[in-house]
Each structure stands twice: as C-alpha cells, then as structure tokens.
Write a protein that binds this ligand. Sequence first.
Ligand SMILES: N[C@@H](CCC(=O)N[C@@H](CS)C(=O)NCC(=O)O)C(=O)O
Length: 240
Amino acid sequence: MHSTSGPAIVNELLPPPLDSTSQPPPLFDGTTRLYTNYQCPYAQRVWITRNYKGLQDQIKLVPIDLANRPSWYKEKVYPENKVPALEHNNKIIGESLDLVRYLDDHFEGPVLLPHDPAKREFAEELLKYTDTFNKTLFSSFKGDVVKEAGVAFDYLESALQKFEGPFLLGDLSLVDFAYIPFVERFQLFLQEVYKYDITSGRPNLATWIEELNKIDTYTVTKPDPEYVIRLFKARFLVII
Ligand SMILES: N[C@@H](CCC(=O)N[C@@H](CS)C(=O)NCC(=O)O)C(=O)O
C-alpha cells in the first residue's frame, strides 16, 4: 500500500516538559498542539501517528511533567488532566485511540486505515481488544504470568496470521501504533523479571516487532528500557 519507512524524520529537538512552575503556551492561538508525556504509552500512540504522517511541523509537542503537573493544564486545557490531548481548531480532544483516528482523518500524510471492509472490520475488533489486552497483562503479573500473559500474546500471534504481510492488517496501520507502546513495555518487563520471552514460539509476533523497529518515526518515540523496567518493578512487584 505504502512504504513502511514513512516520511524521513528530521532530527527533532524534543522540548523539555512543562511543570508547575511553567507558564501555559498561548492557548487557542491557532497552533495545533499535542499535550504529551515522553514516557506515556497512550500518548506514544499519538506521537508515533503524528511522526509517521509527517506532521512534525503542523503539530507541536507540548510535554507535561505528570509528577509535577501545571495547574493550568487541568483548568484551561484538559479537565480530565491526562495526556494525550490535542488542541486543534480551538478545541481540545482526548483519548489516544480517538486521537490516532482523528489525526488520520483530519491531517495529510500516509493513510493509516485501509478501505477494504474486511480489514476495517478487523481493525475495529483489534482496537476494541486493546483495553482487554492491557488489563490481561497487568493482572497476569499477580497470577500465573506465562499462562495468563500468554493468552493475550497468542491473540496477537493469531491476529497476525489473518492477512498477508507482517502487520496486524497486513500493511502497516494505526492498529499497529495502538499496540506497540504496550507490547514493547510488557516485553521488557516480562523478559527482565520473569525471563519470559514473548516471541518464543510466536514467529509472527517476533517479525512484527522486528518490522516496527525498522520504522524510525516509531523508534524515536521509544522510552528508555531501564526507566520502563524500574517503573514496572516499582508499580507491580510488591516486596513483602
Ligand atoms: N484512556 C486514556 C488514558 C490516558 C492516561 O491514562 N494517561 C496517563 C499517563 S500514561 C495520565 O495522563 N495519567 C495522569 C492521571 O491519571 O492523573 C487514553 O487512552 O488516552
């Protein structure tokens, strides 16, 4: 359909996060802004989409320090007080899955959902499953991790067999961008703590991860692995 490398990414200088001491940007001045956080997997979905569509100049990144949030963010920007949120056409829109679709529908760049009805239908199923996927993984840490996490990764492995091509709908789509931020984090944590290789016995999953890692508009958004492991350990491993 289109090349998987996406438009060339100019080495973008990432702005530093805004915290409780920072002034708000000049809100609703016509600038399109993605309020984000460099460590947030939900925000990463939208960040990858923005990069892949080549919208670095059209959509300005505004990172927020979630641990020391500026009060104006909740008061003036996004009452939900979460990231990601998009400021576009004098409106604020939230929810990462809505935002990846919104960027695809309202901005130029490679189209990230195929027109083929069977693929569209499967895209809906996969997008609907993302929350269950994440919940299954998070709760697996408290139980039989290999068995319970295995169910979710088996779902992806068989989804990847449905269409020809290495991605979830065959060709690269926004569905891949919805899953990869979470899969990459779970992969790191499961390997480090449980010595569980999620790609073992799952060749399609292995290829999918490999292919995504060839896309620089995605790799520039990847969090520091050590940070991810530290965060997951602190959050999910209770030391008795
Ligand atoms: N359902 C939301 C979830 C977003 C979310 O939970 N973001 C986290 C950071 S990863 C956040 O902003 N947390 C701050 C808070 O909950 O107060 C989405 O898909 O956009």
